[in-house]
Write a protein that binds this ligand. Structure first.
Ligand code: NAD
Length: 306
């Protein structure tokens, strides 16, 4: 693979200034410039989303972990390699997921709501709880799932996991395979989703899963909105089948103004900001540079999707 010049596509602005990523890539020794949809002067691009102009390049690097919006068949047909940014989100998304769980347990979100009204409103005596000793089931134990499991274990939660290969995983006790999802969620106070959106995981959290969950349980979705059936989630919240949710991702983003999910006191909505952090560009640059060196040495690319 011949990769001399790397373009940092404007779409990267969704997560960091493209200029910062290009500059850091240059610091690491790569020939990088910011590009728009005219990619004729580069061999490869780092991009947030797909553009048809990319097809035919040597290599496209997606600056996100989730590549579900990329047309994989078109990449295969055009011979353009696609890589993603899995592996760099464990800390940020792990902290976001743990943060929303802490908020729900310690009632920080209701305090902030009351603050906006200048109201001194203590929670009822039986409303607050601690995460210590509560059970968390993490569905998907890649970089994000493990990042959360490690942090939750660190504050004394009991962490179980769902993964396709039921082998022991650090910071988790019991591991369930996806066909035992109902068993895996049945005793959990929190169920956190950290799987990619694929044909297998689309709508995997449906009505039957909410029915299997405890009625004092919370769903935390930091994966992709499509992993959860939104109508079933709303119905479960209305019926009291679950207590609430922390949602960073949605089937439609931005979450439409008329979505009922804005309304619930115990649903904390964050605007797909779980992975954002000020030095995001550094982590992406390290991955891109590593793969540029692999390309130059004709070695297999890391995080290769296509
Ligand atoms: P990853 O590739 O490191 O891990 C994904 C894990 O899910 C893998 O271990 C895989 O084997 C497992 N998996 C796949 N299908 C499964 C199934 N049916 N049941 C159980 N496990 C299954 O990716 P990651 O970096 O951990 O990210 C995971 C997903 O989280 C991404 O694909 C993305 O959609 C989402 N994400 C969201 C944000 C955010 O801002 N909220 C940030 C990063 C990632």
């Amino acid at each position: 693979m011949h990769v001399d010049r790397i373009g940092v596509h404007e779409s990267v602005r969704a997560v960091c200034p493209p200029e910062a990523l290009a500059e850091h890539l240059r610091d690491l020794g790569a020939d990088a410039t910011v590009v728009g949809d005219d990619v004729s002067a580069v061999d490869a691009v780092a991009a947030f989303g797909h553009a048809d102009a990319f097809l035919g390049l040597e290599w496209v690097h997606c600056v996100r972990a989730g590549y579900d919006e990329f047309p994989l068949d078109a990449y295969r047909e055009s011979g353009t390699a696609l890589t993603n940014s899995s592996g760099i989100h464990g800390a940020a998304v792990g902290e976001t997921a743990l943060g929303v769980m802490l908020s729900l347990a310690r009632r920080l979100h209701t305090a902030r709501d009351a603050q906006a009204e200048r109201e001194w409103a203590q929670p009822a005596w039986d409303e607050s709880f601690t995460l210590t000793d509560e059970r968390l089931t993490v569905v998907g134990l890649g970089a994000v799932g493990r990042g959360l499991a490690r942090r939750a274990d660190g504050i004394g939660m009991r962490v179980d996991g769902v993964r396709r290969t039921p082998t022991p995983t650090p910071h988790t006790r019991e591991i369930y395979t996806p066909d035992r999802l109902h068993d895996a969620v049945a005793d959990a106070r929190f169920v956190a989703l950290a799987v990619p959106l694929t044909d297998d995981t689309a709508g995997m959290v449906d009505r039957s899963v909410f029915e299997a969950m405890r009625d004092d349980a919370y769903l935390v979705n930091v994966a992709r909105g499509g992993v959860v059936e939104t109508d079933a989630l709303v119905a479960a919240l209305d019926a009291g089948d679950i207590a609430g949710a922390g949602l960073d991702v949605f089937e439609r983003e931005p979450l439409p103004e008329d979505s009922p999910l804005w309304e619930y006191e115990d649903v904390v909505v964050t605007p797909h900001s779980g992975a954002l952090k000020r030095d995001y560009y550094r982590d992406v640059a390290a991955l891109v540079r590593q793969n540029a060196l692999h390309a130059a040495a004709d070695e297999e690319l890391v995080n290769r999707v296509v």
